[in-house]
Write a protein that binds this ligand. Structure first.
Ligand code: ADP
Ligand code: 5GP
Length: 213
């Protein structure tokens, strides 16, 4: 038996608040954390690789996966379908490895309410201000002015769900936010439910105790 069960770590934020940057830093810190590669019906962006960034599916293929029960959660975001395939998550957490999810609030709600809900750790990332959020979206230089405007418009919808998460981080100073994120993950890994082997350990302690008395 692995020495612990894996966690489903959910990171959500309005686009531009720093979720991808923090996900990357968390996985650099502990490369055993795997990333849940979502499925989507949107077209790949320049540089995106099928199977690494997303599993790019047709709408019919996506709907078939959902009907077959293959998605842990799914949602309609910015006019496209997105979902998290279930199989790789179950394999990872049973083997004691954490899985990181970059999903919106709809995905977070569904994962928290799923059969794996008790093993989730949900974290919401807030920007220090709306001006700064806008600045980060512009300096990232990935999207057109039109797409940035759309993301800014959607940001309040995402922020309005902040209170549904276990933890909330204001991503002002990046290094400080990273340190807090690591502390949260370290603590969640020590939750009793994440350490099923404890029963055996306590049984062993009991046997030793009985022997001594
Ligand atoms: P998201 O994944 O939430 O859309 P990103 O991680 O891509 O956001 O971050 C958006 C931009 O803001 C990137 O250019 C990133 O380098 C920058 N960024 C992230 N966190 C901070 C921070 N704490 N301070 C300043 N810039 C940041
Ligand atoms: P993008 O198209 O920019 O990669 O992602 C757009 C939005 O879709 C982001 O807010 C992201 O969190 C969300 N998203 C990506 N993958 C999933 C997923 O598997 N499920 C859900 N519910 N949302 C997702």
């Amino acid at each position: 038996m692995p020495d612990r069960r894996g966690l489903l770590i959910i990171l959500s934020s309005p686009s531009g608040a720093g979720k991808s940057t923090l996900s990357r830093r968390l996985r650099d810190w502990d490369p055993t954390i795997s990333f849940s590669v979502s499925a989507t019906t949107r077209a790949p962006r320049a540089g995106e690789v099928d199977g690494r960034d997303y599993h790019f599916l047709t709408e019919a293929g996506f709907k078939r996966e959902v009907a077959d029960g293959g998605m842990l959660e799914h949602a309609h975001v910015f006019g496209n379908f997105y979902g998290s395939p279930k199989g790789p998550v179950e394999t990872a957490i049973d083997g004691g490895a954490d899985v990181l999810f970059d999903v919106d609030w709809q995905g977070a709600q569904q994962i928290q309410n799923s059969s794996l809900g008790q093993h989730t750790l949900s974290i919401f990332i807030l920007p220090p201000s709306i001006d700064e959020l806008h600045r980060r979206l512009k300096t990232r230089g990935q999207d057109s002015a039109e797409v940035i405007a759309k993301r800014m418009q959607k940001s309040w919808d995402e922020i309005s769900h902040w209170a549904e998460y276990d933890y909330v981080l204001i991503n002002d100073d990046l290094d400080e936010t990273e340190a807090r994120l690591k502390s949260i993950v370290t603590a969640a890994r020590l939750k009793r439910i994440q350490q099923p082997w404890l029963n055996e350990h306590v049984k062993q302690l009991h046997a030793e105790f009985e022997e001594m008395t």
